[in-house]
Design a protein around this ligand. Sequence first.
Ligand SMILES: Cc1cc2nc3c(=O)[nH]c(=O)nc-3n(C[C@H](O)[C@H](O)[C@H](O)COP(=O)(O)OP(=O)(O)OC[C@H]3O[C@@H](n4cnc5c(N)ncnc54)[C@H](O)[C@@H]3O)c2cc1C
Ligand code: FES
Length: 274
Amino acid sequence: MTELASPTQHPTGWSREFIGEITATEPVMGDSVLVTFTSPPQLAASCRAGQFVELLCRTPQSSDPLLRRPFSVYATNPARQELTILVRPFGRGSAWLVEQPVGAILDVLGPLGNTFTVAPKSKNLLMVAGGVGAAPLLMLANEAVAKGMNVTYLLGAMNAGGLLAPGHLPGEVEYIVATIDGSAGRQGFVTDLVSEYVQWADQVFACGPEPMFRSLRREVLANRFAAKPTVQMSVERTMACGVGACLGCMVETRRGMRTSCVEGPVFEMDELAW
Ligand SMILES: Cc1cc2nc3c(=O)[nH]c(=O)nc-3n(C[C@H](O)[C@H](O)[C@H](O)COP(=O)(O)OP(=O)(O)OC[C@H]3O[C@@H](n4cnc5c(N)ncnc54)[C@H](O)[C@@H]3O)c2cc1C
Ligand code: FES
């Protein structure tokens, strides 16, 4: 009889639960912080854009908050055996995390979830990010540029202070921004920029809040021919376990309910039942 792998086990057989030590922190996008921590080398090497980690946001002496919190992987550095996440202080857990200094110890589960999938024939990739949705798309942009693809990266924020500095993106990427108050780039929503790129793009990748997805869907459907480009969306659901056990993160698709922690967080827009 084949023994089933534990949900916390990586396909390579390694455990996905590990203790990481923070090696660097860097303020970014206003009140957010890039947190870099050590990880087992095989996990840093195999992690791909779209995956996330679940972190205990408390000291070992405390039990509050009890449940892990999910954060997309922003970058990996297999040579240094490190993962980086981008954390916006939102509630108790993330506020604790952005306060942690270099040398602090993190209890990590991951990388978890599926990945963005770039089709072998795709050349032109459009990325649409809202706020901290910038994180998984930054990693995807790096992967795509390394393979010689053309990337246009659209980012929206409330104001200029909430944007990613251009130096964080590879130089080959066309980086265009929109802000609600007009303090940088086009005034308005990031999805106002999308129509100009729909016919250029072979694929669209998106991460951000749900209202952004709804506007993106409208823009794409209004401007694309047949089903090109396809759109992959990284959906944000509250996640209690991250391993398919609690069913708290279900997403309704045309093929039924799916767990966004195991079968997602990346879904084809045309599959989502919205
Ligand atoms: C797959 C995935 C990837 C994510 N990537 C990032 C990232 O790269 N950077 C980042 O800053 N944040 C990311 N988030 C969001 C992050 O997980 C939440 O901000 C965090 O869990 C909130 O926890 P907290 O303890 O700070 O807030 P809490 O005190 O637990 O919550 C405050 C409020 O936020 C709500 N809330 C809790 N978790 C979520 C959630 N996941 N989505 C929406 N509302 C929530 C609660 O219901 C509550 O009303 C991601 C979420 C998911 C599901
Ligand atoms: S978070 Fe528990 S099933 Fe997805």
